[in-house]
Design a protein around this ligand. Structure first.
Ligand code: BEZ
Length: 221
């Protein structure tokens, strides 16, 4: 069965480049991103893992841990990490899961269930479905999932933007409009009544329509 938003992220134990992790325990009280790539030593993946390494302090600021995954073994990740740092200029400071049995890739629907049991003999082309992102909240529920095609590197700033939006929603009960960027106006969620909003946002709001109520981003002056 496929995973949906607000499902509990399946828990697992895995070998990583930073030792064994138990996923839920490793997440702790914060947020987490589990992102997968098709294969070590491939060009787009090398740029992606390098970019995630560059932005690692930004994710840390947002109390969000990051873990990568591919069906390659950890020994391969160790070798590839050197290429990533050499070519992209940033050391990979987050753990990378080795998943040669495909157990986690299958648990997260990153591969069709009828794929062979192991990664042996697989090529980037046979791993076509494996460029996924899962954002998991402190409640261990899936907050976002993305699946990208093999030939399109992901936009890691978009992950920061979505994290900012979701964290604002969790803290202030606001939503963010199309193409919102940090610092721009936000929307009071429909579940907050006008009476509640008066208490929560004493400076008031702009009503475009009764269902479209705008306030400046909380916490930004
Ligand atoms: C890449 O990561 O560069 C890649 C992987 C598989 C197919 C095409 C590109």
């Amino acid at each position: 069965m496929s995973l949906r938003l607000n499902d509990i992220a399946p828990d697992f134990q895995a070998e990583t480049t930073q030792g064994v992790i138990h996923f839920h325990d490793w997440i702790g009280d914060g947020w987490a991103i589990l992102f997968s790539h098709p294969k070590d030593f491939t060009p787009v993946c090398t740029t992606e893992l390098g970019y995630m390494a560059k932005l690692a302090p930004e994710f840390q600021k947002r109390n969000c841990k990051v873990v990568g995954l591919s069906v390659d073994p950890v020994e391969s990740h160790f070798k590839w990490e050197k290429d990533i740092e050499e070519t992209q200029g940033y050391p990979v400071t987050y753990p990378m899961i080795g998943d040669p049995t495909l157990a986690i890739a299958k648990l997260y629907d990153m591969l069709p269930a009828e794929e062979p049991g192991t990664s042996e003999g697989r090529t980037a082309a046979t791993n076509q479905t494996v460029r996924s992102v899962f954002v998991v909240g402190p409640d261990k529920k899936i907050k976002l999932q993305l699946t990208y095609p093999m030939t399109t590197g992901r936009n890691f700033y978009e992950l920061l933007r979505v994290l900012d939006s979701m964290q604002l929603t969790a803290e202030h009960r606001v939503a963010t409009p199309a193409n919102w960027a940090d610092g721009e106006d936000v929307i009071i969620v429909p579940a907050v009544s006008d009476a509640e909003a008066k208490e929560k946002y004493p400076d008031g709001w702009k009503t475009i329509k009764p269902y479209l109520r705008i306030i400046p981003q909380p916490g930004k002056n």
